[in-house]
Design a binder for this molecule. Sequence first.
Ligand SMILES: *[C@@H]1O[C@H](CO)[C@@H](O)[C@H](O)[C@H]1NC(C)=O
Ligand SMILES: *[C@@H]1O[C@H](CO)[C@@H](O)[C@H](O)[C@H]1NC(C)=O
Ligand SMILES: *[C@@H]1O[C@H](CO)[C@@H](O)[C@H](O)[C@H]1NC(C)=O
Length: 332
Amino acid sequence: MSRLCALCTLVLSTLHVVFGSSEMELFENFMLQYNKSYNTREEFKYRLGVFLENLKEASRLQSEELGTAQYGVTKFSDLTDEEFSIYHLPTNILPTPPSFKQPEEVLQLPPSCDWRKKDVILKAKQQGNTCHSCWAFAAVANIEAQFAIMGHHVNLSEQQVIDCSLCRDGCLGGYSWDAFITVLNQRGLTSENTYPYTGYKSKCRKGLKPIGWIHDFEMLQKNETAMASHVADRGTLTVTINHAPLKHYQKGIVDTLRSNCDPNYVDHVVLIVGYLGANKLPQWILKNSWGEDWGEKGFFRMFRGKNACGITKYPVTCIVKAHKNQKRKRCV
Ligand SMILES: *[C@@H]1O[C@H](CO)[C@@H](O)[C@H](O)[C@H]1NC(C)=O
Ligand SMILES: *[C@@H]1O[C@H](CO)[C@@H](O)[C@H](O)[C@H]1NC(C)=O
Ligand SMILES: *[C@@H]1O[C@H](CO)[C@@H](O)[C@H](O)[C@H]1NC(C)=O
């Protein structure tokens, strides 16, 4: 309670009567955990109402969950769905994937692969609440991972992708291939440090020395066995999914009803960094761009093997070629 503003404390005592006290307690804990404060009594009451609606939705998802995911309070629990929509792609941009060559080969599938354990995955970054930039974060995370698998650790600029994208205003959204085309056009990306993230589209800065680049990009078969085989053999993979259950996601393996996560309606780009199976529930391990204070330290897991949330719709990866004498890290 100590960090709550005095005004809120005053309001709290009266609201306890209007709302149930266990609900109030949850809201107070939420405010403390995520350092939230509201400036007016009206705002406080409004956010409390939104919070309770979100809890209802989380508990509905929980009651229909087929996997092990837990839904409940998250850092987004005081946002309406409309406010939250900045964290995924707007509905008015339709994907127009370029033509891709598809590798056909599917190798023997190892039982599991988690690239996080190979020291090639950076911590989850934070796209913030001003820019539909998930596509740039997922694509850049893909390049960073592919570079690290070659033994070079880089922390690359999403802002450069957003500013220099020719497809559309980068903060209005995009897909991972838009990012890869931009990176090819720019002949690589400079560091995050040199070209930091602002969350607003600005003029493309030219003449910066690239520290990470790609040779090409490709779309894989829309088949989870082929995707997993690629992850084990070659590395990470961007995918476009329906974001629906993620606003309320805390941890575990998402396996929800199709009606809660239409696989034909994909609106969020994230990165597959591994998969588990064998004796465990078959699952994908994914990296998000909503910060480390969401999900499993910024990562999440989804059921693997039934096109959960449309994960097979656009499995795309960049290709980073090895230099002479460079040896790829192995996942297994
Ligand atoms: C909590 O929020 C207040 C005001 O919004 C800010 O001044 C303060 O730095 C924040 N503290 C932490 C630990 O984030
Ligand atoms: C990437 O670089 C930026 C700028 O130097 C830094 O703030 C950030 O923590 C780095 N991110 C990761 C995941 O290492
Ligand atoms: C996916 O690919 C695997 C291996 O090539 C194959 O056995 C399986 O039938 C394919 N599944 C679908 C749904 O096409």
